[in-house]
Design a protein around this ligand. Structure first.
Ligand code: NAD
Length: 468
């Protein structure tokens, strides 16, 4: 879509209006708390509508998952920001160097102005409201682009943001990739993009033309590493929960499992039992989420079949009729073993319920396997040996870690969240989210007593001697 098209013109006009509103005084604590309260009420007072909207986008999205992985963490983030905001906004005193004493230094966090936020379809509520919480807490106005694959949730967010926050504070934009491309090229004061690494590159390039700083929350293959001999019954509950939440369509889902070759049989047996217990009869089971659309469904089938053709052993764990599963747009957890490196499942982010298993003989081999690949967004370590955990944390670079469970570091609002390298740059959530959307203004207050003797000419001999 070219600049000058009606949509491009309307996006530019929206941004200009918000920029004008943002130009005055930085919003005070009461105003920002009011915004956060609006966000919280918007979530609390419309839970059934949120659940229905995401369900319509997916065909079938577990209501429990929408509560657990979208509404609950969104509200937790808003609550924490509201509670901590006074402290976050307070100017911080800093020391001054001896030579400039008694001048006084401080850092004042100020809003950047207007932030852009781009949202993927997989958790359309949480991944819209999380960045919105950070940006509003920091006192910014926000324009937010929803994914074309979650139009029902997008329409609901647009309606509710208008009602609870107003067009003067937040504008929600819905539309296709053409609209997204124009959106990414707007001269925001900051742009937070959540989505694939491929599109992240395109978005960063568009932002670079405006020197708009970006936070990129991207994807990748998150390894799950089981230490030799780890208690499988303890591990599989977390693994199934992490892999099958949203049917694997989660950026931080374990992508593949690394385990000791001796543990393979025990793992597969325990996993099979847990999957069948957690999701009986998944075709008609409302707790088991569908694949977002036929294109992604076909992509996953193609990757599975390619792995089988290349010699991998493929096993679906499912007690339901395959035809009923297909009719419901659902895919069962499917183990893939012995796939060669060139199989797509072994080098592309899976984003679905396919689970490659990679066996190792020595623990070091497993670390080498991870470190030979692009830096992941998340790493899961299952290990009872605390010393080895400490060592591993020193040896692997990744976005974040949960030890002896899956996913949970993401919903700790006191922890920053973000990737590294191809899995992203920058952080948000909690205080780090507030900082991401703030300008840290350094201010030095010169003292009436001292004057900047050191720097003012003519430079006498004392100064010259000092500088030698
Ligand atoms: P995507 O990259 O296809 O789309 C994300 C957003 O980019 C959408 O809003 C879309 O409209 C927009 N977009 C698409 N093409 C564009 C273009 N050419 N120019 C500008 N904008 C464009 O991602 P997706 O399929 O919606 O989501 C899945 C991906 O997101 C996975 O890779 C997953 O790992 C990642 N993800 C990351 C996080 C995280 O927090 N790190 C969270 C969720 C999803």
């Amino acid at each position: 879509m070219k600049a000058g098209s009606p949509i491009a013109d309307s996006l530019h006009a929206s941004l200009a209006q918000l920029q004008q509103l943002a130009a005055g005084n930085a919003p005070d604590l009461v105003t920002r708390r009011g915004w956060l309260d609006g966000l919280a009420r918007m979530v609390r007072e419309h839970q059934a509508e949120w659940i229905a909207a995401v369900n319509a986008d997916f065909g079938c999205r577990s209501a429990v998952e929408t509560r657990l992985a979208e509404l609950f963490p969104a509200l937790e983030g808003i609550t924490l920001a509201r509670r901590k905001l006074r402290g976050w906004m307070r100017p911080q005193r800093r020391g001054t160097s001896f030579w400039f004493w008694p001048a006084r230094a401080e850092v004042r966090p100020l809003p950047l102005g207007v932030a852009g936020v781009m949202v993927p379809w997989n958790y359309p509520i949480f991944l819209a409201l999380g960045p919105l919480t950070s940006a509003l807490a920091a006192g910014n106005r926000v324009m937010l682009k929803m994914s074309e694959l979650s139009p029902h949730t997008g329409a609901l967010l647009e309606k509710l943001c208008r009602r609870y926050l107003g067009d003067d504070v937040v504008r929600v934009v819905n539309g296709g990739i053409d609209v997204a491309a124009v959106f990414a090229s707007l001269p925001f004061d900051h742009l937070l993009f959540t989505g694939s690494t491929r599109v992240g590159r395109v978005v960063m390039q568009a932002a670079a033309a405006n020197l708009t700083p970006v936070t990129l929350e991207l994807g990748g293959k998150c390894p799950l590493l089981l230490a030799p001999g780890f208690d499988m019954r303890r591990a599989v509950g977390s693994i199934v929960a992490g892999k099958l939440l949203n049917a694997g369509q989660t950026c931080v889902a374990p992508d593949y499992v690394l385990l000791h070759e001796r543990d393979r049989d025990a793992f597969v047996a325990a996993l099979r039992q847990q999957v069948l217990r957690a999701y009986p009869q998944p075709a008609g089971n409302p707790d088991y989420t569908a694949i977002i659309n036929p294109a992604h469904y076909q992509r996953l089938l193609a990757w599975r079949d390619e792995a089988a053709e290349l010699g991998a052993r493929v096993e679906a764990i499912c007690d339901d009729d395959p035809a009923a599963m297909a009719a419901a747009g659902k895919l069962p957890l499917t183990l893939i073993e012995g796939a060669p490196p060139q199989a797509t499942v072994m080098h592309e982010e899976i984003f679905g319920p396919l689970l490659p298993i990679v066996s190792y003989r020595e623990y070091g081999e497993a670390l080498a396997y991870i470190n030979a690949r692009p830096r992941p967004l998340a790493l899961y370590l299952f290990d009872a040996d605390r010393r080895r955990v400490q060592q591993t944390l020193q040896q692997v670079r990744c976005g974040g870690v949960t030890v002896n469970d899956t996913l949970l570091h993401v919903v700790q609002d006191q922890l920053p969240f973000g990737g590294i390298g191809p899995s992203g740059m920058g952080h948000y959530h909690g205080y780090e989210g507030f900082l991401t959307f703030s300008k840290l203004l350094p201010v030095l207050h010169q003292s009436r007593l001292a004057g900047a003797v050191l720097t003012q000419p003519p430079h006498g001999r004392t100064v010259q001697r000092l500088l030698q």
